[in-house]
Structure formats: structure tokens, C-alpha cells
Design a protein around this ligand. Structure first.
Ligand code: HEM
Length: 342
């Protein structure tokens, strides 16, 4: 049911754009007002979320440790899975962001039988999620960078080379981008996992499906424009450059299919800062990842602790020695011994 909500919402949004532009001719609304509002909401919303997280106190060291801690000199330790200084923590963060290492360690639990026939939980390595996540994120990034050709003039060398590399197989006309296939494979797997795995389906809510269907909607409408509708790219480039230069003009030859694609992108921008997609920025602020595990090396104090003057046992005994002796309690120093020291 949650999957249907997500699908229905994305189809409704696509229809709104199609009818708004194709039927009601609201190109000004969909082509100028909504895109500018969407970019503003994205930038302000993203910055506010990051600011909010950045100013949250982190009173405890809670790095996730995934390897031998630094200990005695002759015990080799795992510097990137259990970093003790800022440099190794930065390396760990880069490796996490670039290769999704923690996801690579993902396991799935299965209930089996032990030799006596009783129940036994077993954990198996589960790499498919990692593979689909890598496929999806890298394809998405490549597509975004390639799209910069619509917003730059002249198109920088790097973007041109990426475009060339992504269509190097020269299949069809216009040439097929490999990332179009890969992102579809990644997205469909991520979706199928939520729909067909009973345990994941149980955990999935409408927002999980909405994000996937929204991105799928953007990708499918993009693929449709390139390989089926053959939209007027020159007019679209003229339009997107005019948006960047803050003097928007909308050529009449732009097909409504483009506005469906573009409107879904605007919805994504508006939705992004308030959704789980903010893990893009949040990963850098996660105390389980951005803190070195140095609690055995440095003394950390919780800034929330009230300022209490320490009271050692020696001082305690000095304060109450007579009363303790009177009550028959054992003391380290007898009253005369303590008096002689004074
Ligand atoms: C979240 C952002 C976006 C995603 C994920 C996305 C995705 C895609 C995909 C997968 C395609 C198929 C062809 C290709 O891979 O290049 C495509 C095509 C296209 N997209 Fe986007 N897009 C996004 C944003 C935009 C924006 C902001 C524009 C505005 C100019 C745009 C305009 C187009 C056009 C004109 C095509 C057809 C390209 C062609 O015929 O070669 N897209 N998009």
C-alpha cells in the first residue's frame, strides 16, 4: 500500500506538470516561478539543516569502531576502522563517502537449525545492497555532471570528456549513455528490494517509496526525452542558460515532456532538505563517523556535567575520621597518625 501511495503521488505530480503546461499553458509558472522557488528552498533548507546539526552538542565520543583499537605498541591496530587522530578520521570519512565501506559490511540474519535441530541465527554477507547503492549513486552523479552542459557556455572540457566516456560504446543514435542503464538497474533493484523482501517491506513507509519513485520518474522522463521524443535540445539549452543569467525566456518549441522532467526535479529540490535524502550532508556530521576514538589517550569532559569539586577518599577520611573510628569503621590512617602528619 505504501508503495502505491508513493507511485500515485509521483504520477499525480507528473500529470500536474503535463496538464499545467500542455493544457493550461502555464509555462511561466512551471518554467520560471517554480524553478527559482525550488532552488531557493533547496539552498536555504539544506543550509539550515546543516547549521542545526552542526550546532547540536556532542557530549560523548561515540565513533563506530570496526577494528582493533590502538593499544600496546606491539599490538597492530586498524587505523582506518578505529582511527585515533583527525587525519585517519578524515581518511576513514573519505573512504566511507567514496566507497560506502560500512554498507559493504552489511549482513543479513537468517534463522536456521543447529545440529540438535534447535533454532540458530546465522549471519550472511549481503553485498547486493552495496552494489545497487554504488550503481545508483555513481550513475546519478555522472548524470548530474553531464547535465552541466545545459548550464555552461562554453561547456568545460571535463564535462565534455565525461559525456564522451559515458557514451563510448556508441550504441544507437543518439548514443546510449551507459549510466542510463546502470541507474535504472540500481533504482529498480532498490525498489524491488523494498517491495519483494518481506522484512524490508515491513520497514518501508510511503516516504521511502516516494523518494525512489520520484527519482525514477525523473530518470524515465529524461530517457523518454532523449531516446523517444527527441526534444529540441538547442531550445532547452537557450532556456536553461536564460534561467542561469536571471533573464528567463521560454522558447515555444520546448515540449511539455521537458516540463514534466523539470517539474519533478523541482519537487526533488524542494523535498530534499526535509527528507532522508539529507544523508548527503548529514554523513559528514555524524558523530559515529567524524570523531576519532581517542578516549584512552585524551581526557574528554562532558560539558553538560555540573562543576563538582572532586572529593578524594583521602580527603573524605580526613573530614570524617573521628566519626568513622567512633562508629567502628575501618580507616586507612588512625587519628594520631593523621594528626602527626599534619
Ligand atoms: C536530479 C536531477 C536530474 C536527473 C537525475 C536527470 C536525469 C536525466 C536522465 C537520466 C536523462 C536521460 C539522458 C541522460 O542521461 O542524459 C535526462 C535527460 C535530460 N534531462 Fe535531465 N535530469 C536532471 C535534471 C535536469 C535538469 C535540471 C534539466 C534542465 C535543463 C534537465 C534536462 C534534461 C534534458 C533536456 C534531457 C534530454 C537530454 C538529451 O536528449 O540528450 N535535466 N535527465
Amino acid at each position: 500500500m505504501n508503495a502505491l501511495y508513493g507511485l500515485f503521488l509521483v504520477c499525480a505530480l507528473a500529470l500536474v506538470a503535463l496538464m499545467g503546461v500542455g493544457g493550461a499553458g502555464l509555462t511561466g509558472l512551471f518554467g520560471i516561478a517554480i524553478p527559482y522557488v525550488a532552488v531557493a528552498v533547496f539552498i536555504v533548507g539544506f543550509a539550515m539543516k546543516i547549521f542545526d546539526w552542526a550546532k547540536s552538542p556532542v557530549p560523548f565520543r561515540i565513533p563506530t569502531t570496526a577494528g582493533q583499537q590502538k593499544s600496546l605498541d606491539w599490538i597492530p591496530y586498524n587505523r582506518f576502522d578505529n582511527p585515533v587522530n583527525n587525519r585517519d578520521t578524515v581518511v576513514r570519512m573519505i573512504l566511507e563517502v567514496v566507497t560506502f565501506r560500512s554498507l559493504f559490511r552489511n549482513t543479513s540474519a537468517h534463522l536456521g537449525k543447529n545440529p540438535q535441530g534447535g533454532p540458530q541465527v546465522a549471519y550472511f554477507s549481503e553485498k547486493w545492497l552495496w552494489l545497487a547503492a554504488i550503481l545508483f549513486h555513481y550513475s546519478f552523479l555522472t548524470i548530474l555532471i553531464r547535465h552541466m552542459r545545459f548550464f555552461t557556455e562554453p561547456v568545460p572540457w571535463l564535462f565534455q570528456k565525461l559525456d564522451w566516456a559515458d557514451s563510448v560504446l556508441q550504441i544507437g543514435q543518439p548514443a546510449l549513455y551507459q549510466t542510463d542503464l546502470l541507474i535504472m538497474a540500481g533504482l529498480l533493484w532498490l525498489l524491488a528490494r523494498r517491495i519483494f523482501y518481506p522484512r524490508i517491506r515491513y520497514l518501508s513507509n510511503a516516504a521511502d517509496y516516494f523518494a525512489l519513485f520520484l527519482i525514477l520518474g525523473i530518470v524515465i522522463s529524461g530517457i523518454y526525452m532523449r531516446y523517444v521524443a527527441h526534444v529540441d535540445i538547442v531550445a532547452i539549452k537557450q532556456y536553461s542558460m536564460s534561467l542561469v543569467m536571471f533573464s528567463p525566456t521560454i522558447p515555444e518549441t520546448i515540449s511539455p515532456a521537458f516540463f514534466v522532467h523539470f517539474f519533478l526535479v523541482c519537487v526533488l529540490l524542494i523535498y530534499f532538505p526535509f527528507s532522508k535524502l539529507m544523508h548527503l550532508g548529514g554523513v559528514f556530521l555524524s558523530p559515529t563517523r567524524n570523531l576519532p576514538n581517542d578516549t584512552r589517550i585524551n581526557h574528554h569532559e562532558n560539558p553538560w556535567n555540573p562543576k563538582i569539586k572532586p572529593h578524594s577518599y583521602e580527603a573524605y577520611e580526613d573530614d570524617f575520621r573521628e566519626a568513622m573510628v567512633e562508629a567502628g569503621l575501618p580507616v586507612v590512617k588512625q587519628p594520631d597518625e593523621a594528626g602527626a602528619e599534619k
